[in-house]
Design a protein around this ligand. Structure first.
Ligand SMILES: [Zn+2]
Length: 344
């Protein structure tokens, strides 16, 4: 009887373990040595088969291939000015903060009102390249994801069953000579969640205070994609903002103090997407003109432009539509490269 119970216990324990999100890891966690499933094998993680799907995120946004869309008007942010207290958690993959206030986005050709659920970040090593999305092959040091779901859903799990159930706002970060004062409490709280599984109380002055100024929220890229962590559900309407958030080098470096479960520095917490417009099997689907653009994109990047070695990704087989401001439309986007979930 005891043995039977023990065996039932072990089998349910194994099931829980198989079902947990902790069986996957980033490339920086040495998947070969640590037996966790690295990005190459996310498709083999529980419910991870979608990770090998056709609408996976992140993508490289090739600005020359974006289309201006009049329907992509500025988003309407509500409740983004609210202050709230919440918990910052080190969940072993990122630091995550639940949004403990009513904050919603609508407009901008979104099909519904979406409410903010949580936000988390993806970063590199000591302020090096670390964003998930790239723009013309350029990787920024960090990326913020504010995860929203359609207002009527009770849980993210429910929302993820809807092909447009989740809307994520993505913001890049860029290094600046001066510290961003609005981020001080956030950066300070990182030292309280260095260990995986720990959490701390954090006061968020407002979601808006963490974002670029309102005038810099009108240019964004929109596409339909997925969560960038297993199970990679293809239920995400992505809005990736053009203008980055500015942090000092020290502020960016502070994120590398956080630790993975095994005590090693939590660094390079981003997913690479290897889909390339230049890959022979993808070329078939595109005209010679697309190929020419691909080549041009390659040539536009001169020496000295910031990007991670080996991260050159040209094009995406999916269309990205963008709202660009007048100046950029007239300028054709030239020189852009120079300036610069589940859910974790
Ligand atoms: Zn994310």
């Amino acid at each position: 009887m005891h043995l039977l119970l023990l065996s039932a216990f072990i089998s349910s324990f194994l099931k829980i373990n198989e079902g947990s999100a902790s069986d996957w890891c980033y490339q920086s966690q040495d998947p070969c040595g640590s037996r966790c499933k690295g990005p190459e094998n996310w498709k083999d993680s529980v419910n991870g088969h979608v990770c090998a799907g056709k609408s996976q995120s992140p993508i490289n946004i090739v600005t020359k291939r974006t289309l201006f869309d009049d329907l992509l008007t500025p988003l309407k942010f509500e409740g983004y000015q609210n202050a709230f207290n919440s918990r910052m958690v080190n969940n072993g993959h990122s630091v995550k903060v639940d949004v403990a206030t009513s904050a919603t986005i609508s407009g901008g050709n979104l099909s519904s009102v979406y409410k903010a659920v949580q936000f988390h970040l993806h970063w590199g090593k000591d302020g090096g390249p670390g964003s998930e999305h790239t723009v013309d092959g350029e990787q920024y040091p960090m990326e913020l994801h504010i995860v929203h779901m359609k207002q009527h859903y009770a849980s993210l799990g429910d929302a993820l069953k809807d092909p447009t159930g989740v809307a994520v706002l993505g913001f890049f970060y860029e290094e600046s000579p001066s510290a961003n004062k609005n981020y001080e409490p956030f950066i300070k709280a990182l030292s309280d969640v260095k260990v995986t599984g720990t959490n701390t109380t954090i006061h968020i002055q407002s979601l808006s205070s963490l974002l670029p100024s309102p005038k810099n929220l009108t240019s964004y890229f929109r596409y339909k994609g997925s969560l960038t962590t297993p199970g990679c559900a293809e239920s995400v309407v992505w809005t990736v903002f053009e203008h980055p958030i500015l942090l000092s080098a020290d502020q960016l470096k502070a994120f590398s103090e956080v630790k993975f479960k095994d005590g090693k520095p939590m660094v390079d917490t981003f997913r690479l997407v290897t889909l390339s417009l230049c890959a022979p099997d993808q070329l078939k689907a595109f005209s010679a003109r697309a190929h020419a653009r691909c080549t041009a994109a390659r040539e536009r990047r001169g020496p000295g432009q910031r990007r991670a070695p080996g991260r050159l990704r040209l094009g995406s087989p999916r269309t990205v539509v963008a709202q660009l401001d007048e100046e950029e439309r007239e300028g054709g986007g030239e020189g852009r490269g120079e300036g610069g979930a589940a859910i974790s």
